[in-house]
Design a binder for this molecule. Structure first.
Ligand code: NAP
Length: 421
């Protein structure tokens, strides 16, 4: 990995992962896969509603925090409460500091937000400051007012729209350009330009790798987005070849004034400012979805019991899972055998209360208070239990049962009810 030294001497990996438009679950997996592939820089934003997902990916990777450059952005409707949003962002991501904090859009009270970012910078909560989508005159306004000058400006940037004038302007302050949409937001017509096919063949690389290499040689920081582990690996494999000056000039011919994928005017900014600054909303929704996913895994397990389906049981249970039936512990083989021999015939589950807890994003516990109707010695028996199911998240994101415990509860006023078959 190549590093860029920012104008405050902080080192930033020149390439990072972009997470725009990723759900919290996708951002978590993409972050995890990117860190596994060797990425050490991840870009997110309050307005992507996936910061907690990125943070889970970071924690799950086991890569030490100080090796990862975390970049996020404040949304304009939060600028007037920027200090509060910086602290909320740190809490949302369970971080002590953010490596790069960026003002996402050039609208709202960005000068007040910049002041709050400077305070947080001085307090050690942020290591570097940036602006996103700011035109030159507004960058000049911030530089003029700033005590801490920006380290980075991120803008739409790709071979159709290389932003050379802005790059020249920023160079006098040692401010780095970070390219968002470095691959034209995945536009096939950009990567299918003949010049990239020709250079890809010459260097034994893909057209996408040639585009990313072009950015690096322009001095851009890049944050290509990808959910594909294969693309992530390819996107990092761009530091072992170099385009010649003539080849860089040939690519420069693709530049066309105004050829961008995004533009914004005052009406767009008004819309941005009207977005409520509650950036935990999506996370609440994600937690609900996660619980639903775990309960669905549990339903699969119970279905195997009801259907006496040993194959299904094997699919949903870890091979080492223990099953504790009122004090008797069985391994999975014994449980399968008991089911196959119809020693355990579960007829009906009547839940009285269900609680789901997720621990460290990896372990889920379902606590179920229930009445179970089962066939015992030819009779139907209804018994009250507390069932504790523990699930472990697999590398592919699915959940497997790793232990199951029935605890027989006998409330004082409870009468066993044996029903004749
Ligand atoms: N500051 C801002 O206002 C702003 C605005 C927009 C974006 N951004 C940042 O910039 C990042 C990048 O933007 P983006 O993700 O929208 O666009 P992008 O990086 O230009 O393109 C991403 C697209 O390219 C595909 N791709 C990636 N690597 C590839 C490969 N090796 N081969 C073929 N296809 C490949 C991805 O699909 P796969 O998933 O299949 O790989 C995805 O569809 C964002 O994620 C975000 O962090 C910032």
């Amino acid at each position: 990995m190549q590093y860029i030294t920012l104008n405050n001497d902080v080192k930033m990996p020149a390439e990072g992962l972009g997470t725009f438009l990723m759900s919290p679950a996708d951002a978590e997996m993409a972050t995890l896969n990117a860190l596994r592939a060797g990425f050490r820089h991840i870009d997110t934003a309050n307005g992507y509603y996936n910061e907690a997902g990125v943070a889970r990916g970071i924690r799950r990777s086991g890569v030490p925090r100080e090796q990862i450059f975390v970049s996020t952005k404040l949304w304009p409707s939060g600028y007037i409460r920027a200090a509060e949003h910086i602290d909320k962002t740190l809490a949302r991501m369970s971080l002590d500091y953010i490596d790069m904090l960026i003002l996402h859009q050039p609208c709202g009270d960005y000068l007040a937000a910049w002041k709050a970012m400077e305070e947080a910078y001085k307090a050690g909560k942020i290591r570097a400051l940036g602006l996103s989508n700011f035109p030159e005159e507004k960058i000049a306004e911030v530089i003029e007012a700033a005590e801490v000058k920006p380290q980075l400006v991120t803008v739409e940037n790709h071979p159709y729209h290389p932003n050379d004038a802005l790059r020249e302007y920023l160079a006098q302050y040692g401010i780095v350009i970070e390219a968002w949409y470095p691959l034209g937001h995945g536009d096939a017509s950009l990567r299918e330009e003949p010049v990239f096919a020709k250079l890809a063949e010459k260097y034994g690389k893909s057209p996408v790798q040639v585009i990313l290499r072009w950015h690096i040689q322009k001095g851009n920081s890049i944050i290509p987005g990808s959910k594909s582990p294969a693309h992530l690996a390819d996107n990092l494999d761009i530091f072992d070849f170099a385009l010649t000056d003539d080849e860089m000039a040939e690519i420069a011919k693709l530049s066309e004034p105004g050829k961008t994928y995004y533009s914004a005017d005052e009406s767009v900014y008004e819309k941005y400012l009207s977005i409520p600054d509650d950036f935990d909303v999506q996370e609440d929704k994600y937690q609900e979805e996660l619980k639903a996913e775990i309960l669905a895994a549990s339903d699969e397990y119970w279905k195997a019991q009801f259907d006496l389906d040993v194959e299904q049981l094997r699919r949903v249970c870890d091979p080492k899972a223990p099953f504790v039936h009122m004090g008797i512990t069985m391994d999975r083989g014994a449980e399968e055998e008991a089911i196959a021999q119809k020693h355990i015939v579960t007829v009906k589950r009547d839940d009285k209360h269900v609680d789901v807890r997720v621990i460290d994003d990896e372990i889920a516990i379902i606590l179920r208070q229930l009445e179970l109707t089962a066939l015992v010695g030819g009779n139907e028996a209804i018994n009250p239990f507390v069932a504790t199911e523990t699930y472990h998240r697999q590398a592919d994101g699915s959940w497997k049962l790793i232990s199951f415990v029935y605890t027989h509860i006998i409330p004082d006023n409870y009468q066993f009810r044996f029903l004749s078959k």
